[in-house]
Each structure stands twice: as structure tokens, then as C-alpha cells.
Design a protein around this ligand. Sequence first.
Ligand SMILES: [Zn+2]
Length: 275
Amino acid sequence: MTVDVEDYFQVSAFAGRVKREDWDTIPCRVERNMDVILQMFADHGVCATFFTLGWIAERYPDLIRRILAEGHELASHGFEHLRVSEQAPEAFRADVRRTKEILEDIGGVPVVGYRAASFSIGRESLWAFDVLAQEGYAYSSSVYPIRHDHYGMPEASRFAFHPCEHKDIVEVPISTLSLFDRNFPCGGGGYFRLLPYSYSRWALRRIGKRDGKPSVFFFHPWEIDPEQPRFDRIPVKTRFRHYINLGSMERRLRALLADFSWDRMDRVFLRPPQA
Ligand SMILES: [Zn+2]
């Protein structure tokens, strides 16, 4: 179970509407929403991985310490939600190094997991895995093997794989359902709020039974927040994807937490050193 810790105005789909230099002037909702999420996980006895922006960690250090105190894994979502494809390799290296340092300084624990903004490691940016491995990351969860207009690498493996020859980093893709030679999303995103919950439950059960593999699911703090301030001048498709069924998300997530057993990424996908 994973959460990408960013606020409602930091999503890539709004990047053309909300400038990064204005972020500090916009009211944050992330603390309030994280209260709800941490309570929900505590109620269901679930530990999760929180891929957190360096920008959020710098402003809300107590939130970082709370995530760790409650037994969750702290991981990196980069500093300010730049897509990998928007960065040159050396800028990317500086970003993942800086974010790891910020998170480790505040949390006092090693950070070994990384998720790219908008699943933006694609076939043009496979070099990013080498950089992550060199910077001390043990795993990435940055590929969604589906066809999508903003992200996705449909030809990638559906399950954990070694993207580099030296095998010191593992990529753990977001879960997909394989049907009629195509991969369909079932690990989070707008579809989870759009389609009936029974589709998600069926798809995730099928992965466990047919593929015999654990699933990776993601969501964001803003997805449980129907009261978030709304932006005007947003394209219709973006608006639909962002705002659809926010009010039913907490109920759906609670069902998901109850119907499956979940844990932190490092515990599920990284072998202990002796193994
Ligand atoms: Zn994100």
C-alpha cells in the first residue's frame, strides 16, 4: 500500500495552471488529509509506504516524524514533482540526492525507495535507474505498464524486475490486470474512483490467484478531500479525472484495507540481507 504525499495543487495535471513559485501562497491541505489517512491505516492495522515530496517534508517535518512513529516506511517522491522526462540526468541526480538527504535528516532513518512524479520513467529515461542505484536507492516504483496519455510504459514487465544489468535496484511497477493481451490499470488512479469498487477487488484478487504476486496500490492525500479548493480554467478532462467521486474515496479505501492484507514496500519487495 502506497501514498504519494503531495498536495492538491502540486499534481502534474495542474502544472500548466499553478506555477511552482506560487506554491507557498496556496493554502495546504496535506496535514489535514494525512490525519485522516494515518487514522484510517491505524484503524485497519495497515503499514504503508509514503513517497513524499522534499518540498512537503521541509514544511511539515512533524508529519514525517509521525509517519515513522506509526510504523510506516518513508520514501522519496523527488523534491518538487518534476517529471523525470523534464530533467537532464545531472539535474535528476541532484534532485534525488537532495530529497533523500532532506527525508533522512528529518526522519533519522535510511530512505531506499523512490517513485517518479507521474510514473515518468519511460523508455527514453531508463538512465534514471542507474542514477537511483548510484545514489543509494534500493528500489523504485515508477512504472505503470499501461497505455495512458500522460504516463505509462505498456511493454514493461507487470511485476518486479531488475532494470539495470548490475541488479542493485529493483523496479516494482504499479499493478495492472492482464486481459485480452492488454494491461488495464487496477493499482490506483482516477479509475479507482470512477468504476465500482467491485472491479478493483476482483482485479486485485485475480492478480493474487492467477499471477501469484502481491499488488501495488497508490493514492494521494487530496483524493480523500472533497472540500479542497477548486481551480478554475482547468481543461474538462483534467477536471473530471481530478474531482470525480472524491467523496466516496475514503469509503472505498476502507473497503480495500479490509479486503486485503497490506504492508510497506520494503517489507514486501526487498529481501532481508541474509536471505
Ligand atoms: Zn505525485
